[in-house]
Design a protein. Structure first.
Length: 375
């Protein structure tokens, strides 16, 4: 895990954090939403106060692409930068990491797909997450679309763990309810998948369980009001804890399937997870009913007298109701996903690295059934 700076107005520490790492000329990676909300101004001001030269790059899509990383690496090298700052959600931070890979290791970003393929150390990385969703500011992941293959590539390396992660809950006050709901359910998916992962450990369990509880208590009020500062702070903490959990325990079938869809079609990652999560939970329940009972209890369900399987089913229904309450999509078809896409997506999903740690063995036919239920 990186050094973590958490709290209101912590965005002001971005510049000083880079200076501490020896940076003098930084590339700031962000997107138009962050700039329009005014958060980029605070980052620039902090860089100026720290005596840093800077240039910024904001050509980033919802599902970030390899060509965007290549253009960002060109900007980094052309301006002789020596550190990378990422300010935004998961898409921004994933691209910031990919830029750092290409700027130092060269080649194409597809060369680094998979686990531990980065050989040359990266420049200092300072990542400021602004969405309480992806957890990318603390993770060893970068997920980038290969434009030619129309596939999301998962790059996993300890080199991608940022040096410093900055989480300022105040940035959540400019998020609309729609995005708050989508990213919040991404947090819950991270925590649940990490908790039932075959790579879970006592350490990751602590973070995953706390994240599940925080989401159950705070996602509804966070969606309801942009001014609910306590809920925003707790959702930021939930995202941080879920990020630390999944970065070490990895994920499962929800993310493998959503990556497969997102690589082919321009659909929001959090929305895909929101729809898929309960159906994958139903499939995985057989593998570890005791853990799913604990998830139900962490969500606030009274499971006294219930068997682990019965309690697990109650937790799954809770997830479904939470999704309804906050106005998240309920069907893949609402996002433009169609039945003829199922077979191809099922095959692609099996190749995703996140499928390795899913608690239950899964086939292409199993994925097809999950997608049919979610359609």
């Amino acid at each position: 895990m990186p050094e973590v700076i958490f709290g209101n107005d912590s965005l002001k520490q971005v510049g000083e954090s880079c200076a501490r790492l020896g940076a003098q000329n930084v590339l700031i990676v962000t997107d138009l939403g962050v700039m329009d909300a005014g958060w980029m101004d605070r980052v620039i001001e902090s860089c100026q106060e720290a005596g840093l030269k800077y240039v910024y790059y904001n050509d980033i899509s919802t599902n970030p692409k390899d060509e965007q990383a290549e253009r960002g690496a060109f900007v980094y090298q052309e301006n002789r930068c020596d550190a990378v700052i990422g300010v935004g959600g998961g898409s921004v931070i994933d691209i910031a990491k990919a830029i750092a890979i290409l700027a130092t290791n060269g080649g194409k970003i597809s060369d680094y797909e998979g686990v531990d393929r980065i050989n040359i150390p990266l420049p200092p990385l300072v990542m400021a997450g602004t969405t309480a969703g992806s957890g990318a500011e603390v993770s060893q992941f970068s997920v980038i679309v290969d434009s030619e293959r129309q596939k999301k590539m998962t790059i996993i390396s300890k080199s991608l763990v940022p040096d410093i992660a900055i989480i300022d809950p105040l940035t959540l006050s400019t998020k609309c309810s729609r995005l708050t709901a989508s990213t919040g359910l991404d947090v819950l998916t991270h925590a649940i998948e990490a908790y039932v992962s075959i790579a879970a450990t006592p350490m990751t369990d602590v973070f995953a369980k706390n994240a599940i509880h925080l989401v159950s208590e705070n996602l509804r009020p966070s969606v309801a009001s942009q001014l609910h500062t306590e809920a925003k702070k707790n959702m930021a903490m939930a995202s941080l804890h879920a990020g630390l959990a999944f970065s070490n325990a990895i994920l499962g079938a929800v993310h493998a399937i959503s990556h497969a869809i997102g690589g082919r079609y321009p659909m929001m990652h959090g929305d895909l997870n929101a729809v898929l999560l309960p159906y994958v939970m139903e499939f995985n329940l057989l593998a570890n009913p005791a853990r799913f009972k604990e998830i139900a209890e962490l969500l606030g369900e009274n499971c006294s007298g219930l068997s682990p399987t019965e309690a697990g089913k109650r937790g799954i229904e809770h997830v479904k109701q939470l999704s309804v309450d906050i106005g998240a999509p309920q069907r893949l078809s609402e996002m433009g996903f169609e039945e003829h896409m199922i077979k191809e997506i099922s095959q692609i999903a099996l190749q995703d690295a996140c499928m390795i740690t899913n608690p239950r063995d899964i086939t292409a036919q199993d994925v097809e059934k999950i997608l049919q239920k979610a359609l």
